[in-house]
Structures are given as structure tokens and as C-alpha cells.
Design a protein around this ligand. Sequence first.
Ligand SMILES: *Cc1c(COP(=O)(O)O)cnc(C)c1O
Length: 232
Amino acid sequence: MIITEAVAGIREKILKAALRSGRNPDEIRLMGVSKFHGINEIEEAWQQGGIRLFGESRVQEAADKFAGFSAGHPGTELHLIGSLQRNKAKAACALFDCIQSVDREALITGLGDLTAHQDRPLGILLELHTGEETKTGFPDEDSLCRAVEQVLSYPGLALRGLMTMAPYTDDERIIRASFRALAGARNRLEARFPDCDWSCLSMGMSSDFEIAIEEGSTIIRIGTALFGERRT
Ligand SMILES: *Cc1c(COP(=O)(O)O)cnc(C)c1O
């Protein structure tokens, strides 16, 4: 019941943030970040909360929970949001619909080779580094451009957009600048690669998703505000 109420509260905030910024709330997807939470909580979020998109940070943990879940819950979409090591890439291709945390060229090569004969293309979001404290992500737009060209050269990879994490700070200006940088990068890449799908702008977590929506987010990644504190 607690998760169900949390979903209602978050959807209300999504609606308000969208209206305030002149956006259509239907273009904003709520991802349940279920890392460190169990299958019962995921089940409740799916059944009562209507959540269909889930995010996990680790391949093995995601496999343990979702390998059995997705078959009995049609319409479930699972994204990897944590860093991916080369030795887990094969398992990740089999399990996830999309890898949001693609942050280096060597990873694109690995994923491209692994998905060459996969029927279902693997969704790819390129992660841009937009904040001082976070370390992951491509460092600038030149490196993003090269990454786009590289993704396009693999038939098993489907580019869907960009992802970022704002720095951990209370300073709203810094957070907003980080999200604005991602939206700006998306706009410039879209002008340069107009035939690509740029529909996913994955930004915003429990503490900053309303700012992210005001800056154009289309996927907010919510853990704590949905499932409560993580048991680590
Ligand atoms: C854990 C995590 C989230 C969710 O964070 P909350 O603050 O609990 O909502 C979102 N994005 C990424 C990349 C994460 O690792």
C-alpha cells in the first residue's frame, strides 16, 4: 500500500511540474529504480502502482530478480542504469531492453559485437558527464558525436537518447545547469543527426525530478521516493 501511495504522490508532482513548464505529462515516463529492493516490492509497484519501466544498477542482481519476473508480467521494460563491466556485457544484452549508462567507446564496440545476431535490438542511451562530482559519462559533445556514429554502425544497437546524473548538492542552480546541459546536447545532436531517435532524455531522481521535468526530462529514475530507503 505504501508504494501505491508513493506512486500517486509522484504522479501528482509529475503532472504539476509538466503543467508549470507547458509540457504534456504523458511524455514523461516514471521508472522504478528497484536496486536493493525485493521482488515483492517490484510486484506491488507493477500491480498496484502500474509501473512498467524498472531500472537496476547491477547485472547479477537484476538477473536474479527479473529473469523470472518479466515473462509473467508482459509489458515490463528493464533498463541498466549502473556502470557496465565488460565481463557482464553478454548477460546484460540478454536481460536488459536498454543500457542507459553507456559511457565509453570500448563498451559500444563490445555491445555492438554481442548484439550482431540478436533479433531484438538493444536500446542505448549515451551518458553525458554534466556535473563536477560524478565521474561517469562521456566528457563532452565531441566525444558524444563520435559515440553516436559508432552506435549507428552496429545493426544490433538502437540509439534512443541521452542520460545524465546531476551532482549531489542542495544547490538548485547547479542541478538545473546539469539538466540544461543535457537537454542542450540533445538539441544539438538532434540537429546534426536528425534521423535518429532522441526521444529518451533520462534525467532526474527522487530529490531533483521536478527540476528535471522543467528542463525537459522524458524518463525520471525514482528509487527512494517510491520504494523507501535502500537496504544496503
Ligand atoms: C540509484 C539511482 C537512481 C535512483 O536514486 P533515488 O535518489 O533513490 O531516486 C537513479 N539513477 C541512478 C543512475 C541511480 O544509480
